[in-house]
Design a binder for this molecule. Structure first.
Ligand code: AMP
Ligand code: MG
Length: 423
């Protein structure tokens, strides 16, 4: 039996990232681009800022003119954002300037409006001509000037290969007028539920049957990683049918997930069928609770590709814990993600005692909440049975009692694997 850390390391060595890519356009389809992973680092065709511009509403000045204050300057022009300045500043002159507007030639600083007094000559008809401004504070050179190219320059890599596109990256690609980018193809992840007892949520439930919830849990979990879920339904505990179903799944996906059928029971055929299909079984159990039966196998494809197969346990909490702990990181690597691929762990303060048998790394689901020093973590009320979906719902983290440890006491720090936003 592998420890969780050993299993995690081994799984990463089995995953080869996808290399094929496609073009997407953040301006045509920003929502569809969310979470996509860059296959090529986009280069900037522009300097950022594109030209020297003002960071404030105020007056563009020559610092040489405003060494001694107060000093009165002639206002020669008004420059709102988007307007090309028409005149260069001569000694004794200033230009009214607004945030984002281009600096006029000759100016080397901006004085914010609050540090000036505007004098309008009586009888003056024009907005700006014949007007004066009193500068009250002497600015250093480049005061409130955003200098051309100071954020990025033409040819700079704006983002990194392997980086996922989020709102800020999408904004940057739009601003750089580089909306079209190469991203990796999204991996297809096939999903099978095994078990004679399983029915769909639409079928009438007969005594003794179990509703297949894992199909939907795994579909949603795969979608959250950015991969494409390919749900393939329920497979009975029958070797021939299972073999057909797994072969069909492998034929149409980059990775296959099944749930159920990996324990030591009489109807647990997944491992046998995988062996019959020529798969290499790398892992058959991991010292975690819940989720000890976990099969990890690889199948060498005909075109030199290698597919990863995860046989997750059938119990709903076990299957999901196995996904969060081992499958999601593998999908992250497969997707071409730069990494780190590991799940997100945070440290939190236990708000109750957390107990375990010490034999396996134990995950206890509960709620993370912000505290003054970081996070608190409270276990979900009710049974932490691996068959209990009721109290797994609405939780945000898995509190971890490490292998070899039997309890984490109230007030002690514990590691928590985050499973959703803490809001
Ligand atoms: P197994 O790992 O196949 O022995 O299944 C363990 C337990 O999980 C059994 O009680 C199954 O009925 C249940 N189970 C198996 N597959 C699913 C599924 N897809 N959805 C919900 N429960 C399941
Ligand atoms: Mg079963």
């Amino acid at each position: 039996m592998f420890t969780a850390a050993e299993a995690e390391r081994l799984i990463f060595t089995l995953v080869s990232p996808i290399t094929s890519s496609e073009t997407v356009d953040v301006a045509d389809n920003p929502i569809g681009c969310l979470g996509r992973i860059l296959a090529v680092a986009p280069l900037s065709p522009l300097d950022f800022p594109h030209w020297d511009n003002s960071a404030m509403d105020g007056y563009a000045v020559r610092t040489a003119d405003v060494q001694t204050v107060p000093v009165t300057l002639q206002v020669i022009e008004e420059i709102p954002a988007g307007k090309l300045p028409q005149k260069a500043l001569a000694p004794g002159q200033a230009a009214r300037i607004l945030t984002g507007a281009m600096l006029p030639e000759g100016a080397d600083a901006v004085v914010m409006q609050e540090e000036t007094e505007r004098e309008v000559k009586p009888g003056s008809g024009s907005q700006t001509a014949d007007q004066q401004v009193v500068i009250l504070r002497s600015p250093p050179p480049q005061n409130f000037v955003r200098q051309r190219g100071s954020f990025a320059q033409v040819g700079d890599a704006l983002l990194t290969r392997g980086q996922a596109l989020g709102p800020t990256e999408i904004a940057l690609l739009a601003a750089a007028q580089q909306p079209s980018v190469r991203v990796y193809r999204r991996p297809r992840v096939a999903i099978l539920s095994t078990g004679n007892e399983l029915v769909t949520p639409h079928q009438p439930l007969q005594p003794g049957q179990i509703v297949d919830s894992n199909q939907y849990a795994l579909t949603a979990l795969v979608a959250q990683t950015g991969a494409i879920p390919v749900p393939l339904g329920i497979v009975p505990d029958d070797r021939a049918e299972m073999k057909r179903a797994i072969a069909a799944a492998l034929a149409q996906a980059d990775m296959v997930l099944s749930s159920g059928g990996v324990s030591v029971g009489d109807y647990d055929y997944v491992d046998d069928v995988l062996a019959e299909l020529g798969a290499t079984l790398h892992i058959r159990s991991v010292a975690v609770k819940p989720g000890k039966p976990l099969t990890v196998a690889t199948v060498e494809g005909e075109i030199g590709n290698r597919q990863l197969y995860f046989g997750l346990p059938g119990n709903p909490a076990s299957a999901m814990v196995g996904f969060w702990r081992f499958v999601a990181p593998a999908i992250a690597k497969l997707s071409g993600h730069l990494g780190p691929w590991l799940p997100e762990f945070v440290w939190a303060t236990a708000t109750a005692d957390f107990k375990a048998d010490g034999q396996r790394e134990t995950y206890l689901w509960g709620q993370l909440s912000a505290s003054e020093t970081g996070y608190d973590f409270a276990p979900a009320a009710g049974s932490h049975s691996s068959g209990n979906l009721i109290n797994l719902a609405n939780t945000s983290g898995l509190g971890i009692v490490p292998q070899g440890s039997q309890q984490i006491m109230i007030g002690q720090p514990l590691r928590v694997l985050t499973i959703r936003s803490t809001r």
